[in-house]
Design a protein. Sequence first.
Lengths: 312, 325, 562
Amino acid sequence: MSEAIAKISTRKKTPATSYRTERLKENWHVFRESLLGKLGLILLSIFALMALCSFIPPLIDPMYNPMSGVDPLVSHSVGPSFRHWLGTDFIGRDIFSQLLGGARIAFMVGISAAFMSIFIGTIIGMVAGYAGKTVDSLLMRFADMIMVMPTLLVVLILSSLFGQLNIWTIVLLIALFRWPGVSRVIRAQTLSLKQRPFIDAARVAGASHFRIIFKHITPNVLPLALLYMTFRVTSAIIIEAALAFLGFGDPGTVSWGMMLQWVWKTGNMFQAPYWLLPPGICISLITLSFYMLGRAMDEVLDPRLRSVKQMR
Amino acid sequence: MEMKKFILKRGIEIVIIFFVILTTLFLLFHMAPGDPISRMIDPTMNPEDAQQLISELGLDQPVWTQYLYYLKNFFTGHFGVSFHYGRPVLEIIGKRLPNTIILFTSSIILSALVGIFMGKIAAWHKGKKTDTFMTVGALVLHTLFLPWLALIFIWVFAYKVGWFPLTGIISAEVWTNPNAGFLLKTLDVLHHMALPLFTLFVIHFGSYLLIMRSSMLETLREDYILTARAKGLEEKTVRNHHAAPNAALPVITSIGLSLAFSISGGAITETVFTWPGIGRELVFSVSNSDYPLAQASFLLIALIVLLSNLVVDVLYAYVDPRIRY
Amino acid sequence: MAMLLPLLFFASCGSRTAADTLRIGIAEEPRTLNIWLASDANSRKILSQIYQALYTRDPETLEMIPWLAEKSPKYEPDNLAYTVKLRPAKWSDGTEVTSEDVAFTAYVIKKFNVPRLISTWRFVKKIETPDLYTVKFYLKKPNAVFLTRTLTAPIVQKRQWEGIVKRALERKKPLATLLNEKIERPIGTGPYVLEEWRQGAYLHLRKNRFFFGKGRIVNGRVLGPFVEHIILKIFGTSDVAVLALKKGSIDFLWWGIQPGYIDDLLKDKNIRVFFSKKSALYFMGFNLRKPPFKDRALRRAVAMLIDRQFIVTRILQGYGSRMLSVVPEGNRFYYNSQVPRYGFGMTRDERIRAAYAILSRAGYTWDVPPIDAKGGLVAAKGMRLPDGRPMEDFTILTPPSDYDPHRAIAGIMIQEWLRDMGMPAFAKPMPFGALLQKVKAKHDFDAFVLGYGKLSLDPDYLRSFFHSSGDKPRGWNMSGYRNPVYDKLADASRAAMDPEIRRKLIKQMQEIVLKDVPYFPLYNPTLIEAVRKDRFEGWVEMLEGIGNIWSFCELKAFAGGE
């Protein structure tokens, strides 16, 4: 008897797996039909392209280095020209290269923060859902508490204690305050998975809690977590931009928020629209694109939101 | 009576959370690199004055005793002396608090009301041009970068067009005029509040609109709406008296969920518009390494966030009896 | 809302006429109105209109001229005594200014050891008041700063402070009590008095009808003041303040303006821009107490690599000048231009070669030297100390960019120039208070970029900055420079009462400082201020800007036509 059960639990293609593939196919179809999803994807690809291209300008000429490259002929802020597609900043650095570099930083910040918060949130969510009762209650209370705190202001007070923060510390801090959202969703999934027969089967076969969580629950929960949460990166990008704008960012990184800080503090705010507008537009558009993709994901997850075309 | 129990329960939770925040900040204060005493006491203060403040704040005591002092001082308002202003911190934040409350509360109420109203209309005209226009508009406005938008508003409305003051909360011209009465002074404050309020409104109402819209769409599918229509009631009545009030509930929840975001936004707006509130004071004091003021501002903001959450939860419980337990 | 706006406009028109109110924009709230506590610039700006001193500086010649005093002090070399006769003057409450007030001021400074003032009053042994209008100062030993620093201290009214002082002395902590005394109505002798201070918004000053300079002609200038009211509006950010000036809500921006605004302001027909020289020193400082900057050769090489022209042209947008010496060029009497110039006027190529020469001679090596086998320039990598070990990372501390973008960016550029040479340099912007803590109090740093925005014209600071006695926690000698030869010269310069002897000594001291470079002078920014042409006229240009006592005494409403 136990042999048969053991065989069932070690079989490669479990019912759970094929169910998963089916669902993925369906989700992709829904996503493809969503207008918001398409728009979001297009915008995001543009930014991704920008980020990839950010390595090119310094190779053409050292004066295009966003941080330290100055044009020997230009020593103050000038408007767009053939040499400088978006003009220069106040000491003669190329704004377009800075914009490209900023795209790279935005992706790095957004994705790293998202992954870190997914990692933390998934673990906590799974443990809470699986353990139930007191542990669950405590962890969720803890999550509530974290969720209530305004991340920007917490990073501010931490920077007053620990000094100027570098970009990775900022990313970590942001992640430490964004995981509650992930953990809730993961917990809900875990709760529903907990009831499934294959989990029972595994438990009967003698698998430890640990093994159950990592070998059985995680694979079912993770794709959802990744898909769902990757599009919640917007707040990480905005928080980093706001921090840089206020002057608390990492001074060694040229992010869009930092560009806005420079244009503000050096008095070029109202004279240099070619410097003021691009970073702000980029931050707003990347937020918009992630938001649109997130909405498309919502349509994938919640059938009621789908339009007629998305219905099979 | 359940309501009272509910408020009590939530109230106790908030007290616990606040204690955890207080304690965490205390621990971080001691773990951070550097000398805790010189972080709390201005190093340029002369030694005698510094010594008095140190004993008042209990900074020369062992850590456990210090914690008790810290709690006691927090509840008696002894937050230390600001490095920058040279005045007791309590005096400073006391003056800033009302300004933040006025701006913050008005912006939330205004955004929520307009968001609900427009979301209702958008849902009603689903699929048509009005709906698309509103939805796209809300989406775009909601994702604009707040500090950048604030700067552009200052440039356009306060400078180019000149309808609004550039900064601050009052005009010296009005307030030094011995003939200016109370009404005039109030109008002056409102005049200054218009732009920051408008900026916050633009950023926030979009999300409320979208939530109201989808909530309204769901509600309209409910059975009791069908019943209302079957009863022969006018569409307008059905929409405004039956569907909308219920559809508005998720908006209230969302206000609660996004409070953290709203407070951060409030702090940024206060900074750019130089609106003398607690948010701006926090940003300003961190730039100046004025730790006593920064700590007190932060704790006060945390308190505001928690209390706002309570208010929203109570409001929601009042409106929707199902969630009281 | 639209209906309310006209109401507001009408209301503001009904208030006092615009021509009698000068509206000034300032950066931040002043910290206090207590003259003994006022250390920040904004408090001092306000209080300088209220409290006056025995002597002040003429705006053109910069020489000391009598102000509350009637004429130059009489010197008795045998007694080391100075006699000063007071001009007839009244306090803003109508009572007379007497020698008692002067003696009382000195008493307070010495008894309480008032910070910032005590250093220039310590050597005053005794003060006598033979009659109500005569004061006699006895010095312990000859001191060159007596005339320029001691006699320019603000005089306070005995009547207002007597009671406060008495109470403070009874307390356990007298100085703290004195400094924390909240002064709501400072009584002074200046052209204006405080009418109202609305915290966070504005200060309102009103003409002092008892001002002793009223109607007088001092050095050919007719003094007023002629403007009845001054309102100082507090702005949080400079960009909004500039907009306010352009819009016309303020008449004068009493705050250095960033070069980015210049073009726009120069185009505006209603605005006049003033460019004033500052007596300032913005410099890079090194920590001589530990490696790597213990080694003079390294400091000299760094000095060589810094492109001061770049800083002035790009970072200051041309509004400033390179500094050769630690004494500003504008201080013509003491300035020594014959000091080592380092990279002054060199191209990047020349700079790197020169630094390379200094460093290789001192025994430094590289994994990849900046000069390759063929003699061409390459990006150097991995500099090594003379003992062969690789150089450890070092930091260059700077103020943050929102406090001072110039210094922050200068730090970053210096980092890049040094890295070109293979040095592991890291620019680190840091909140200003924390920066001062590290540098001044704890001496825990490698290098920094700081500045003294308002150096006194008297070069006594050369002694404070580099005398070995200043090398202590919170002392002015932040770099830890200890040179007995220099100490001797510095002491001699302090005692030298003869200006020519003093000048020679000061020039020698500059040479030594530039040879050893504990501090490397970088730039002297030009102060940019702006006013509305169509509102007031009579601004007096002076070193350190137009916000000086002479402007406030001479300013009149603009009378000109269209």
